[in-house]
Ligand binder design. Structure first.
Ligand code: FEO
Length: 200
């Protein structure tokens, strides 16, 4: 049953139950090198890149949150801060999965994001563009797992494929709404207030 699957395949959302935003504790079990069926080298390198990409997304949305905060868009700032936590949870999912396969992570340098992202419309357009890049990255990763014949990684990545559909839909709705009202500051402030209701 699903409940008997190893940690990384089963723990979606458990970080919330523990009352911590994204720290999920160690994976429930890990195999030592030699005992686990190894992730093919090329796929492992791509998974390392993906950890780095999710952390880069978290870093970007934290910077966007700070930018909104400095421009008094408190609600959008909060929305972005929740998104920061979501991205960290995505990174941890991949970390835990790699560990559960008995591999080690090759950590990458994180590049600092920009400080200013323009208007709310421009900021969410940049967010949507970024999410489309992440979607393309997830799709490439999935195709590589298939080409390398790593069934477990394909199954693991299905969660990310579905999640990206949700992420893009969520952000493009915000872009559409801000675009509709962008010449009316009062309406933009209303959306700021509405999107500030987002919780983890
Ligand atoms: Fe982790 Fe927004 O993709």
């Amino acid at each position: 049953s699903a409940a008997k699957l190893p940690g990384p395949l089963a723990h979606a959302g458990s970080h919330r139950r523990r009352g911590l935003p994204y720290y999920d504790g160690a994976p429930r079990w890990t195999l030592r090198g030699g005992e686990a069926s190894m992730i093919p080298e090329k796929l492992k390198a791509a998974l390392d890149e993906h950890v780095s990409a999710e952390i880069a997304a978290a870093y970007l949305y934290l910077a966007m949150s700070a930018d909104f905060e400095s421009k008094a868009f408190k609600g959008f700032a909060r929305w972005m801060r929740v998104q920061f936590h979501e991205e960290m949870a995505h990174a941890l999912k991949v970390v835990d999965y790699v560990l559960s396969r008995g591999a080690t992570i090759a950590w990458k340098d994180a590049k600092g994001p920009a400080t200013s992202f323009g208007s709310p419309l421009e900021t969410f357009e940049k967010t949507l563009a970024h999410e489309k890049e992440v979607t393309a990255r997830v799709n490439r990763l999935y195709q590589l797992a298939a080409a390398e014949g790593d069934t477990a990684t394909q199954v693991f990545l299905q969660w990310f494929v579905t999640e990206q559909v949700e992420e893009e839909a969520r952000v493009s709705e915000i872009v559409d709404k801000i675009r509709m009202v962008s010449d009316r500051p009062g309406s933009v402030l209303y959306l700021d207030k509405e999107y500030g209701k987002r919780t983890l």
